[in-house]
Design a protein around this ligand. Structure first.
Ligand SMILES: *[C@@H]1O[C@H](CO)[C@@H](O)[C@H](O)[C@H]1NC(C)=O
Ligand SMILES: *[C@@H]1O[C@H](CO)[C@@H](O)[C@H](O)[C@H]1NC(C)=O
Length: 341
């Protein structure tokens, strides 16, 4: 009798424990670039890699291929969902780790296949979806899973804004180029829908005219004002993205879209409360990324940027929590509400 009572209590405890830690969604799937990459580029021939210190200096397992000191925005989203960090598709041997989602994001990658090619290999958006297609899944689980799509910065930084390496700015004016990007993105999302995705969080492009790399290239010294010409290019893309998402939601029956706005997120130190808003933390090499094995700054929390392109962990944490539980950067609902829908 005592044993039975013990067993019952034990089972109740177990049940309660499982209840309280049950994830809000069965899985998280991530499509994107170095802002989300968790190690996919480690085995590729490319300059766009972060599998060395000081990257990962604040991450539990050190340098993993994440392009920042600690966690990325999608890592924080995974945590908030109660899921493990989505493992990188290419560098995960044990495919059983894919139960709770996969990260297909690849540093230097863009919406267009040619984007980032001057740096070496990457996995472009369509290839990422093809990899997803190869990881076949239970349809009911997919329909309840969260699909984060955050890509496009490199189509400007590592394509349109580099006329010496890429043709696009000769072939397309800014509106035509943004149109090509949003159309290709739309086709990719339609493909994901056909494969079973229903709950999407699609993020726009941040103010890449304000990142240290762009400011330095324009021969302005941080904390100089942003390069507004570059922000204006991005604004065209961001503006054209809105009707594309509205149309997708209308035509793809049963789909739900969260629009993530990282463009509107604080750009000055006053707005962010971070003292060294525009200066980065590590010592960068000619690529603008951290030179290998040189010590980073002492207090990473004082910087919005870790290298001259990528947000630091504190900046990513802020973006993630704003979109997960807040009401201003993710519309028309936050990711918690998307998961519960
Ligand atoms: C640019 O376009 C020309 C002609 O369309 C092509 O021959 C050339 O390879 C392209 N260059 C790059 C860098 O894509
Ligand atoms: C690091 O910077 C943050 C933000 O400015 C501050 O709150 C914190 O006290 C600093 N930590 C140390 C160890 O100086």
């Amino acid at each position: 009798m005592a044993l039975l009572l013990f067993m019952t209590t034990f089972l109740q405890l177990l049940f309660l424990k499982c209840e309280s830690t049950a994830p809000l969604a069965p899985a998280l799937y991530v499509f994107g670039d170095s802002l989300s990459d968790s190690g996919n580029n480690n085995g590729l021939r490319t300059l766009a890699r972060a599998d060395h210190e000081p990257y990962g200096v604040d991450f539990p397992s050190g340098a993993t291929g994440r392009f920042t000191n600690g966690k990325t925005m999608v890592d924080f989203i995974a945590e908030s969902l109660g899921l493990p960090f989505a493992p990188p598709y290419l560098s995960t041997e044990d495919k059983s780790c894919f139960k709770a989602g996969v990260n297909y994001a690849s540093g230097s990658a863009g919406i267009l296949p040619e984007t980032g090619s001057a740096l070496g290999e990457n996995v472009d958006f369509n290839k990422q979806i093809t990899y997803f297609q190869e990881t076949s899944k239970d349809q009911d689980e997919l329909a309840r899973s969260i699909f984060v799509v955050w890509i496009g910065s490199n189509d400007y930084l590592n394509n349109y804004l580099q006329p010496q390496s890429y043709n696009s700015s000769h072939q397309y004016n800014p509106i035509q180029f943004a149109d090509r990007l949003t159309n290709t993105l739309r086709q990719g999302i339609e493909r994901l829908y056909e494969l079973g995705a229903r709950k999407f969080a699609v993020f726009n492009i941040a103010r890449i005219g304000c990142i240290p790399a762009t400011v330095a290239l324009a021969n302005q010294r941080p904390p100089a004002p942003c390069v507004e010409d570059v922000n204006n290019l991005v604004l065209i893309f961001n503006t054209m993205l809105l009707p594309v998402i509205a149309e997708l939601e209308n035509t793809l029956t049963g789909s739900t879209f969260v629009r993530g706005d990282v463009y509107g997120i604080g750009k000055t130190s006053q707005e962010t409360g971070v003292s060294e808003a525009q200066s980065y933390c590590c010592q960068v090499d000619f690529t603008g990324m951290c030179a290998a094995n040189l010590a980073p700054c002492e207090n990473r929390s004082m910087h919005l940027f870790f290298d001259s392109f990528h947000p630091s962990e504190v900046a990513s944490n802020r973006m993630a929590s704003e979109c997960f539980d807040g009401y201003s950067s993710c519309m028309p609902m936050n990711i918690r509400q998307l998961a519960q829908k």
